[in-house]
Design a protein around this ligand. Structure first.
Ligand code: URA
Length: 407
């Protein structure tokens, strides 16, 4: 039976919901083996899925676990998701921005694995910050300050988690239908009414081409409308890291600079864009009006105050957020113009400094990471500092030419 289902997909026939349920639920119950699921996922990567197969798979993922009930909040709940990028600290900026506009944010976030860090790791790098809130704590905090970011309380879409772990080690992560159902199942199980998704495209992202990003965007919107949930998407570049800092504490410090309105550039623009969409959906107002409110709250410090209130409420002490590590420099080996900064190479470097996990159980050095000191287009002279490396490892290794292109 399982073999027939794998064969059918391998021969490019459309599967029924019952067939998908048999193989995927069988996998959750350990009746279908890893090697069978690996072959099946690869057949999906090669032969794709129809819309009705994608809707069915999303539904199977959702029903494999619990669905969060956020109806205790008497307002539209808007959530945000990013497909994952290098230096992506937008949640730390966008969540307080949106909450400061009186749109409630109750967000379940994850930890990072591999090159892209998770929001929970970043928040946990703030001394004292509590990431494991109980349901009662979530409810109280949501009512009192309108912003909560916590690690998952319930078992949301456990089947997606199991399938994702297998995809990670079988070269089946970049299938667009699998990505779409994975993301949407978690967002729907997370109880959001409306969802904004930041689709990252580039060498430091899962999605490498604009065309794939467009397809993913249209699938996410279609799945959303199937569940009567409005979805808006942003497609953003990930050939270069987002902002200047990569690494947990360093990213929190950079997010604070953005909230102080001291940083310009792509990170600020993307954060405003995402917050604008969320406020527009949460308040049911047009995006130009939402953008005015978002910018005003950034400029008046309301968003920064919301961030400080939120961190304090969850036990964090921003005064003690200091970097404790050795600092090394990457210096230019020639003079010229800085043409490119490679996101993937920076991410690998940051991981090697101690900022990321190779395996789920690895510990992270919250102090570790990279701060880029030059912008693309800058004239650099031989010996100029291109980046600071924060690490507790002695004499870290790096390949300058893979990270910085100077010509
Ligand atoms: N993010 C997810 O949650 N799932 C994917 O498959 C890819 C990105």
């Amino acid at each position: 039976m399982i073999l027939d289902i794998i064969n059918k997909k391998a021969n490019n026939y459309e599967l029924t919901k019952e067939e998908l349920e048999t193989i995927f639920m069988g996998y959750l119950k350990d009746e279908v083996k890893d090697y069978q699921m690996s072959a099946f996922l690869m057949a999906i990567c090669i032969n794709d899925m129809s819309d009705s197969e994608i809707f069915a798979l999303t539904d199977i993922f959702i029903r494999s676990g619990e669905v969060l009930d956020l109806s205790f909040i008497d307002a539209i709940k808007v959530d945000k998701h990013s497909t994952g990028g290098v230096g992506d600290k937008t949640t730390l900026i966008v969540a307080p921005l949106v909450a400061s506009c009186n749109v409630p944010i109750i967000k379940m976030s994850g930890r990072g694995l591999g090159y892209t860090g998770g929001t929970i790791d970043k928040l946990e790098s703030i001394p004292g910050f509590k990431v494991d809130l109980t349901e009662e704590e979530i409810k109280r905090q949501a009512k009192e300050i309108g912003i909560v970011i916590t690690s998952q309380t319930k078992d949301l879409a456990p089947l997606d988690k199991k399938v994702y772990a297998l995809r990670d080690v079988t070269a089946t992560t970049n299938s667009i239908p699998l990505i779409a159902s994975s993301i949407m199942s978690k967002k729907i199980a997370g109880g959001a009414d409306k969802i904004v998704i930041d689709i990252k495209v580039g060498n430091g992202a899962l999605i490498k081409t604009e065309q794939e990003a467009e397809r993913l965007s249209s699938l996410l919107i279609k799945i959303g409308s199937y569940y009567q949930k409005e979805v808006r998407t942003v497609i953003s570049n990930m050939d270069r890291p987002l902002g200047h800092s990569i690494g947990n504490k360093l990213e929190v410090l950079e997010a604070i600079e953005v909230l102080k309105n001291k940083e310009k550039g792509h990170l600020l623009e993307l954060s405003i864009d995402l917050a604008t969409k969320m406020v527009s959906m949460g308040k049911e107002i047009i995006e130009s009006d939402a953008k005015k409110e978002v910018i005003e709250n950034l400029e008046t410090g309301k968003a920064l105050n919301k961030f400080i209130e939120f961190v304090k409420y969850q036990g964090g002490d921003l005064e003690s957020l200091t970097i404790e590590s050795k600092v090394y420099n990457i210096k230019a080996n020639k003079s010229g113009v800085l043409k490119d900064i490679n996101a993937l190479s920076i991410a690998k470097l940051s991981e090697s400094l101690g900022a990321g996990r190779k395996n789920k159980e690895d510990n992270i050095d919250y102090n570790a990471g990279v701060v880029i000191k030059k912008e693309i287009g800058d004239e650099v002279k031989e010996g100029d500092i291109l980046a600071n490396l924060y690490t507790n490892i002695d004499n870290p290794k790096f390949n300058l030419e893979k990270i910085f292109e100077i010509s």
